[in-house]
Design a protein around this ligand. Structure first.
Ligand code: THU
Length: 132
């Protein structure tokens, strides 16, 4: 059963978790809130590392937390950041979204307005693993 949670409410959850971002290098704090079909919400933040390539984005953090808890059906993910602009997901996060929520939505806000995109719109022709 899909719980009705508005895009605005999901953005508020993402804003609230943003304070837990670990971003001492970029000082760019990102928060994500992922709504699962069963109504549960998973949050994520970006977690940076002195070895920069080991950094994980907020979106993948939220998705991986959910998948590791056995969730695989996602409705939408909200993304917020310390920037006053809209923060769009990076290419790697789009690919991960396409694995688990190709029919889902990406909600972004600049603190005033909210925009919504379909994952398939943000990564058309995404890679999928097909044997032969
Ligand atoms: N970042 C995210 O968390 N999500 C994105 O979609 C874009 C980038 C993080 C990674 C890094 O910690 C910081 O933002 C600057 O790139």
């Amino acid at each position: 059963m899909e719980k009705m949670i508005s895009d605005k409410e999901l953005c508020e959850i993402a804003v609230n978790i943003q304070k837990n971002a670990y971003a001492p290098y970029s000082e760019f704090r990102v928060g994500a809130a992922l709504l699962c079909k069963d109504g549960s919400v998973y949050t994520g933040v970006n977690i940076e590392n002195a070895s920069f390539g080991a950094t994980i984005c907020a979106e993948r953090c939220a998705i991986f937390k959910a998948v590791s808890d056995g969730k695989k059906d996602f409705v939408k993910i909200a993304i917020t950041s310390s920037s006053n602009d809209f923060t769009m997901p990076c290419g790697m996060c789009r690919q991960v979204m396409s694995e688990f929520m190709e029919d889902g939505a990406v909600i972004v806000t600049n603190g005033k307005e909210i925009k919504s995109f379909k994952v398939s719109e943000l990564l058309p022709g995404s890679f999928s693993f097909k044997k032969e």
